[in-house]
Design a protein around this ligand. Structure first.
Ligand SMILES: NC(=O)c1ccc[n+]([C@@H]2O[C@H](COP(=O)([O-])OP(=O)(O)OC[C@H]3O[C@@H](n4cnc5c(N)ncnc54)[C@H](OP(=O)(O)O)[C@@H]3O)[C@@H](O)[C@H]2O)c1
Length: 253
């Protein structure tokens, strides 16, 4: 029993794509990616190394269907085949940048469902379906410094990440009550050179007083590459003391 299972949301681009690519390290890996688009490079990497890779094109803003599909998919696997199973809730979504009231109700609802309801439902489905699996089970929620420090212009994102942090604290307490509970961490990954940063830098400055900070971070070369950020996140996921602190920052590791 040496196989490792990884489920990762937001594997189509950005840091999630880099994490998924690095997790596909050999034939003992099984990876499921969930995003609205597929990532051809991942399929090619999986084929090259002989790993199993599946990609679902689904919108996490409609999370009930994704969670029930994940539960059914896991129920069909034999948990005895896996030495370890991990769920990485990586996908994240900004709203239009500006004050809360300038976004439509539809935009706000979609961002909160993708950013908080989806990780919650996927975590529940994963814990339920793998409860009797003999291997180690880990949930890694990709949070943000903005879950811990509020920022104008992105209230929904801040709320989703703060919710993700507290969700992880509470689930860690649930799991600690079990004989073979899973471990869970909500991890801030640093500031990474992805589309999300482009969105922040190119926003209209109105209602977004910190926009200049994002421009300066890029100009000063202070963004971490997706590849380096992914390596740090994977190293964190592999720590022997994973879960000791349910809310963490990769920069403190
Ligand atoms: N970049 C940073 O500086 C930074 C800092 C702190 C925390 N983070 C967090 O790190 C994680 C990765 O961020 P990133 O910078 O790599 O973001 P990104 O470049 O914007 O990529 C986001 C990923 O999430 C997927 N996604 C977004 N909305 C989705 C939806 N409704 N349904 C399904 N998939 C969806 C996207 O795939 P599709 O478009 O194909 O659906 C994409 O794969 C996020 O949780 C983010 O909040 C990032």
């Amino acid at each position: 029993m040496t196989r490792q299972l990884f489920i990762i949301t937001g594997a189509s681009r950005g840091m999630g794509a880099a994490i998924a690519e690095q997790l596909l390290a050999g034939p003992d890996r099984t990876l499921l990616g969930i995003s609205r688009r597929t990532n051809d490079a991942l399929a090619a990497k999986a084929q090259a190394v002989g790993a199993a890779c599946e990609q679902w094109t689904m919108d996490l803003a409609e999370p009930l269907g994704v969670a029930s599909r994940l539960q059914a998919w896991l129920d069909d696997l034999d948990g005895e085949d896996f030495a370890a199973a991990s769920l990485i809730n990586n996908a994240g979504m900004l709203t239009r940048i500006g004050a809360l009231e300038h976004c439509t109700s539809e935009e706000l609802s979609a961002a909160l469902r993708a950013g908080l309801e989806a990780p919650l439902l996927l975590t529940a489905a994963f814990l339920r379906a793998t409860a009797s699996w003999p291997g180690e089970r880990r949930v890694l929620n990709i949070s943000s410094g903005l879950g811990r420090r509020a920022m104008a212009g992105q209230a929904t994102y801040c709320a989703a990440k703060a919710g993700m942090d507290h969700l992880s604290r509470a689930v860690a307490l649930d799991q600690a009550e079990l004989a073979h509970g899973a471990t869970i961490v909500s991890l801030a990954p640093g500031v990474i050179d992805t589309d999300m940063q482009v969105q922040l830098r190119s926003a209209d400055g109105e209602g977004f007083p910190e926009q200049g900070n994002f421009v300066r971070l890029k100009e000063a070369g202070q963004l971490t590459s997706s590849r380096d950020a992914a390596a740090r996140v994977i190293a964190y996921l592999g720590r022997t003391d994973f879960g000791a602190s349910p809310v963490a920052d990769v920069r403190d590791a």
